[in-house]
Design a protein around this ligand. Sequence first.
Ligand code: SAM
Ligand code: SF4
Length: 343
Amino acid sequence: MATSTLVLPSTASLIDPFGRAITYLRVSVTDRCDFRCRYCMAEDMTFLPKAEVLSLEEIDRLASAFIRRGTRRLRLTGGEPLVRRGIIDLVRSLSRHLRTGALDELTLTSNGSQLARHAGDLAAAGVRRINVSLDTLDPEKFAHITRWGRLPQVLEGIEAATDAGLRIKLNMVALAGLNEDDVLPMLDFAARHGHDLTMIETMPMGDTGEDRVDRYLPLSRVRAQLEARFTLTDLAERTGGPARYVRIEETGQTLGFITPLTHNFCESCNRVRLTTTGQLYMCLGQDDQADLRAVVRAAPNDDHALDAAIEAAIARKPKGHDFDISRRGQAPAVRRHMSVTGG
Ligand code: SAM
Ligand code: SF4
């Protein structure tokens, strides 16, 4: 029965059937983007009708339900989160959970194109770190990879974010024959500006009109190239996420590797993902999902049903993913695009 005040349900932490506490939520706040990166989107993407997309209020309510149940880190992603109208209002609203201490971190993954405009507001709202995707420092290659992106705009955004006091982690997708030569310049750029750098293997998600098998560059190859020049020491440090870290002894830098296709990181997985349309994916690499939008819309003022739906979904979190680019050839292992699920 609908009432005018929100009835708050359980605050017990969410533990999946394999004993993993779910403490990290990624939310895709829009499927739209001002870039068309070749590994992520087709050039002529069709985007979701507005009615299907969660409103900012619905996102806030869903995220807050997870925070009540023990989510400590919240990452807004997309699509490009900073192209969603009202995004700063959402960040400001969610930042109340930072102030109460319920949330340790509120952060974003961005392509950087709108950062120059928003960095100050993000910092003022309590965002401390952001991930910025940057695959190359070569303007022509950047334009080729992102199709619609322009490098100077992104570099300006990164500079504005740094000036606003935000820590930056650069995410670089490794693309065979495209940015293999860019690893050293990227390391140098990161070192000079004090940014962290993580490399990501391409994942077969969604049809992009591009041949992924050709572009697949195992990070073991990148590592071997680096080892010909530097001494790499494996670090024990893990963040609960898929990245493994090495220290480059000669420069003292830390470099992250995310290798979803060649390594198994599932045993420590603490995360779930909420799509633009309110589907909760318990695993990035599996198709099972729970429709939380339907639950939220059916009971606008009572979070009990939502809470039960979240619990039921977490009880189905699978042990691990099912990516294998070599066996699947051209077909994407997971049909939905990363921009809908949230990378
Ligand atoms: N637009 C923002 C950005 O580019 O950072 C956030 C969304 S984007 C989908 C999140 C991350 O996923 C980016 O770092 C992007 O490089 C990565 N990504 C997209 N498609 C991918 C794929 N097929 N394989 C691996 N990483 C991918
Ligand atoms: Fe947009 Fe990010 Fe996908 Fe590139 S990776 S098309 S910036 S959502």
